[in-house]
Design a protein around this ligand. Structure first.
Ligand code: GTP
Ligand code: MG
Length: 200
């Protein structure tokens, strides 16, 4: 899919205030610093679209970006950032879960996991929660540029093995790097296919 336009629309702390245009949207979630905002920028071909930061906890709101005037990319705050107060953690958890459970326009949620790490409990529990609630999701392995290919491959196969303990059928997954644009075509094609299927 060709990206003809990508524009910031609105930031919200309430799912009820998100755009009411009824266009399909694709949201990005995962631990703080995993690379959600960077991936959105890489997909949109605009490094300044979503705010990124080397320190975790940058994104704190639901951010809508409209692509080709047809669909949205949605940047969400990260979960699992240790240096947050209990009330902040609770506030973000409520924000994230109310968006995920109530936002009908959310066509697919992409869960980002760092391709360098062993499967993390917090991600596996989150994925399990998505399953319990029947949320359509895919998995995106990020920062693929940071490992040697052999290490990357073995990390991903052990992650998939872990998922198979939970899931009869594996969710769709993508291997990406925002640094060198790995996985961009695959992800955009996947989104395009879903968009087409919605037009019936
Ligand atoms: P929060 O908004 O805090 O939840 O973080 P986030 O998930 O949006 O992460 P963000 O995109 O801000 O990236 C965090 C850090 O990782 C930044 O320093 C990015 O430059 C870096 N980063 C993100 N993606 C990649 C990647 O594919 N490769 C490399 N090498 N670095 C990356
Ligand atoms: Mg972010």
């Amino acid at each position: 899919m060709e990206i003809k336009s990508a524009e910031f629309v609105i930031s919200n702390s309430l799912v009820g205030k998100c755009p009411t245009t009824n266009l399909p949207e694709y949201a990005f979630i995962g631990r703080s610093n995993v690379g959600k905002s960077s991936l959105i920028n890489m997909l949109a071909n605009n490094k300044k679209l979503a705010k990124t930061s080397a320190t975790p906890g940058k994104t704190l709101l639901i951010n809508h970006f409209i692509i080709n005037n047809e669909w949205y990319l949605v940047d969400l705050p990260g979960y699992g950032y240790a240096k947050r107060s209990k009330s902040e953690v609770e506030k973000l958890q409520t924000l994230i879960s109310s968006y995920i459970l109530n936002r009908e326009e959310m066509t697919c949620l992409f869960v980002l996991v760092d391709s360098r790490l062993e499967p993390q409990k917090i991600d596996l529990e989150f994925i399990e929660w998505l399953g319990e609630n029947g949320i359509p999701f895919g998995i995106i392995f990020t920062k693929a540029d940071k490992s040697k290919l052999s290490k990357l491959k073995s990390n991903i196969s052990s992650y998939l093995k872990k998922l198979k303990e939970q899931w009869e059928e594996l969710p769709p997954y993508f291997i990406t790097s925002s640094e060198n644009r790995t996985g961009r075509e695959e992800l955009l094609n996947y989104i395009e296919e879903i968009n087409k299927s919605l037009h019936g």
